[in-house]
Ligand binder design. Structure first.
Ligand code: ATP
Length: 231
């Protein structure tokens, strides 16, 4: 599904991402972990062609994301509030995103049903603009919009951050369901080691822009990660 070749990003003479090679197969759920400034968001931004690499290429289903457009149809993503449209209500925003994918109002309502637990009665029919929601609720809106089209590839940057504990647990179950039932390929970054290993079958550790570990999740992974990050 995704292939990265010799990818580098350099800012002011400092290499902040340097990934010689990475392949993510269709249907895989991959968690990206790493300390602040490790380069997770920069890597996601290059995968989504939001910033251009200093060197190297990202291929989605064999297509260079910087040169072609087809990948946009089957890719859902939410990195930050910049993905939202602040002056719309939630309903208007979902309708806008759904419209890009040819979804009817009925389709949108149906696609949002699995999110109702996560929404906790605070997202729909609130008669307020997206800019007036809390950071956590904005994140819920963004994640739901990213998943609305049932994308083959879903990319989320720190989906658990800013969510209360109940919402984190609901989101964890929801993401697992999307992986298992829809066979979505998922790439998520997280500072929450226990949540990310419960959602993802493969974990990548990024340190100073380099992928230093690539492991399949098993019963020892949490302990291994905790040991790794204990300095
Ligand atoms: N536009 C930019 N100009 C200069 N340096 C940048 C820019 N964007 C990111 N960086 C630097 O690149 C490095 C990687 O940042 P990035 O945000 O990708 O890390 P991260 O792993 O997502 O961090 P966090 O966990 O804190 O969100 C950091 O040192 C950051 O300061």
């Amino acid at each position: 599904m995704l292939t990265i070749n010799n990818l580098q990003k350099v800012y002011n003479g400092t290499t902040v991402v340097n990934v010689p090679e990475l392949s993510i197969a269709a249907g895989e759920s991959v968690g990206l972990v790493g300390n602040n400034g490790a380069g997770k968001t920069t890597l996601f931004r290059m995968i989504l062609d939001l910033i251009r690499p200093s060197k190297g290429k990202v291929y989605s289903k064999g297509e260079n994301v910087a040169q072609q457009e087809d990948w946009k149809v089957y890719t859902g993503s939410y990195l930050d509030e910049g993905f939202l449209i602040d002056y719309l209500t939630t309903e208007e925003y979902f309708k806008f995103i759904g419209g890009l994918h040819g979804l009817s109002d009925g389709d949108i309502t149906e696609r949002l049903l699995p999110f109702m637990d996560l929404f906790n009665g605070e997202i729909l029919n609130q008669r307020k603009y997206i800019r007036d929601f809390s950071k956590g609720n904005q994140k819920k809106i963004g994640i739901a919009a990213a998943a609305l089209s049932n994308p083959e590839l879903l990319i989320l940057d720190e989906p658990f951050a800013n969510l209360d504990p109940s919402s984190q647990i609901r989101l964890k179950h929801l993401l697992r369901t999307l992986c298992e039932q829809k066979r979505m390929t998922m790439l998520i970054s997280s500072h929450d080691l226990s949540h990310v290993i419960e959602v993802c079958e493969r974990i990548l550790i990024l340190e100073k822009g380099q992928l230093v570990q690539d492991m399949q999740t098993n019963e020892n992974t949490l302990q291994e990660l905790e040991t790794y990050f204990t300095v």
